[in-house]
Ligand binder design. Structure first.
Ligand SMILES: CC(C)(COP(=O)(O)OP(=O)(O)OC[C@H]1O[C@@H](n2cnc3c(N)ncnc32)[C@H](O)[C@@H]1OP(=O)(O)O)[C@@H](O)C(=O)NCCC(=O)NCCS
Length: 178
């Protein structure tokens, strides 16, 4: 699919490839360092550059998208499809992050919009799920603006420095009547 230019803010989204490994890894490490509970992963667990390039290679069931301004990568998201035959009707979004200096310019909206567009254009996917730490109010508002609804809460998903964090489970039925 072609890139999806967002003319007014000069931001575009595109599928990331192994050639983006360094930029992707740098943004991803910012995410993990900014607020670790939001991503359920730790900087020291992040794959190295070579492993990141392998992850970014094209795959039938997963794609990494980036929001870019010119050559600069400003934000990232991952869309994955469940693999099992009896689960392939579902996909999930993960790893949404926009660099702090570039927030409130439409990057998050462009990334979620492009990921959902791709899910909707993929034959057989009818539902997209995600999880989000309950404190991430801005992200929750963003997801809700696309029609995601909260259908449950996972208690104490993550712990950091003795504090436990819950996650909302959110879901969006594609092509559902508004
Ligand atoms: C959540 C996040 C991705 C939003 O990115 P962004 O590029 O700033 O978002 P956008 O500019 O596209 O804003 C889209 C919508 O998100 C919501 N939103 C984003 N930031 C907000 C803020 N500071 N206050 C209120 N609403 C906010 C609004 O609904 C906004 O729509 P609006 O501009 O029409 O009001 C970004 O704040 C971020 O990376 N946060 C830290 C990581 C995180 O929470 N990731 C989610 C993990 S599941």
């Amino acid at each position: 699919m072609d890139d999806n230019p967002i003319i007014e803010s000069n931001i575009s989204t595109r599928v990331l490839t192994p050639a983006d490994a360094e930029a992707y890894r740098s943004v991803r490490l910012c995410a993990l360092n900014e607020w670790p509970p939001a991503f359920g992963s730790l900087p020291k667990m992040e794959p190295n550059l070579a492993e990141t390039a392998v992850r970014l290679a094209e795959s039938e069931d997963r794609c990494f998208l980036g929001a870019c301004q010119g050559k600069q990568l400003l934000g990232i998201i991952r869309l994955s499809r469940y693999k099992a035959t009896n689960e392939k009707h579902r996909a999930y979004l993960a790893g949404l992050y926009v660099l702090p200096n570039f927030r409130r310019r439409g990057c998050g909206k462009a990334l979620v919009g492009e990921a959902l567009h791709r899910a909707a254009m993929t034959s057989g996917i009818r539902r997209v799920n995600l999880t989000v730490v309950t404190q991430q109010k801005n992200a929750i508002r963003l997801y809700q603006s696309f029609g995601f609804r909260i259908y449950g809460t996972e208690q104490e998903t993550f712990v950091k420095d003795g504090q436990y964090y819950d996650e909302y489970l959110m879901t969006l039925e594609l092509n559902a009547a508004p």
